[in-house]
Design a binder for this molecule. Sequence first.
Ligand SMILES: Nc1ncnc2c1ncn2[C@@H]1O[C@H](COP(=O)(O)OP(=O)(O)OP(=O)(O)O)[C@@H](O)[C@H]1O
Ligand SMILES: [Mg+2]
Length: 371
Amino acid sequence: MSIPTKEEVSALLGGITEPDLRRGLNELNLIRGIEIDGSTIAVTVAVTGPGPHLPKYFNEVIPSKLIGVFPDVTEVKVATTQLTEQERAAMVGSVKKDTPGLLGRSDTHTQVIAIGSGKGGVGKSTTTVNIAASLVKQGHSVGLLDADVWGFSIPRMLGIHEKPKVVEDMIIPPEMFGVKIVSIGLFTTEDNPVVWRGPMLHKALQQFLEDVHWDEPDYLLVDLPPGTGDVSISIAQFLPGASMVVVTTPQQVAEKVAQRAGFMAEKTGLSVAGVVENMSFFRGDDGKVYNIFGSGGGRNLATTLNVPLLGQIPIEPRLTQFADIGAPIVLQHPDCEAAEALDGAAKELANILPPKPRSAKRISLPLLGGH
Ligand SMILES: Nc1ncnc2c1ncn2[C@@H]1O[C@H](COP(=O)(O)OP(=O)(O)OP(=O)(O)O)[C@@H](O)[C@H]1O
Ligand SMILES: [Mg+2]
């Protein structure tokens, strides 16, 4: 008979990822019992919180790991049990110790890149979501913090409306297109604007870096609000060693923009890694290029700041449509010129700021469960 041993079952199921904390079941010590009776295997697994999504997930994934793999196993019964408060606190404590929040850390694995500009409406958020999705395409792990607390647009641009889950005091960011996302917009609604003032905003951003389980991604992109305000300064204070990408348009007002960007970098302590020129030109159906907003602004700014020009993104009407239906163009239309330019900018950025090596190896939790 081809029936596995308890150890074999444990090893197989232990590799299943817990969908909220994104760690293996054995690592989190969530397998609480394995009984083998002839061709039937009964598994008990602990869930980290209430609601039906975890039992449903385990009811699907656990049988799929055993049935068909062992021809003589014909039935898999899955039972779930809730973690006790103490167990949950201990688990969250271990996960936090393992990967502490990003707040104030210069030793983190994560490359933090803030996307800013001197003025509004130049395409910061569009650039941020597309570079995020593009970095995922390149195989990197990516988080996206929407620091535009008043004018948040990331949830809509990525079509995400799911509230972050909370386990103990740890906020689990929802994931879209492989990007972990946190935005004030996930805690409120677009018709219920944020009226918080400076100190509360500062506190909210602090919490987003301290209590959110970012899990030290390769990159954390931060979509800054327009201008050089308090939010940018808070971000720079919270994230020592962060870099900045400046988004600009091709208008020949580079000097002014450069002044503002330079001023912002100086004021915030963020070092500028590069410039993205957006809305650079429009290419008609006949292939002819129209410099609708002028030309040369990005190049001039890059030269003045002495940083590379990461890309020139053409005007692409579909970018606006895609932003409204919640899908980055680099995924929806990877072959169009705008997507190629955005992919190119992301590659260039990853060349300049490659992922940092991981310093500490993740240590598995000791197995405490009885099976
Ligand atoms: N290359 C482009 N082609 C066409 N439309 C674009 C392009 N880039 C951005 N847009 C559109 O321009 C508008 C402004 O873009 P976006 O919201 O990204 O700018 P922003 O700099 O983040 O603005 P804010 O300062 O308000 O945060 C959006 O409607 C977006 O879809
Ligand atoms: Mg924006």
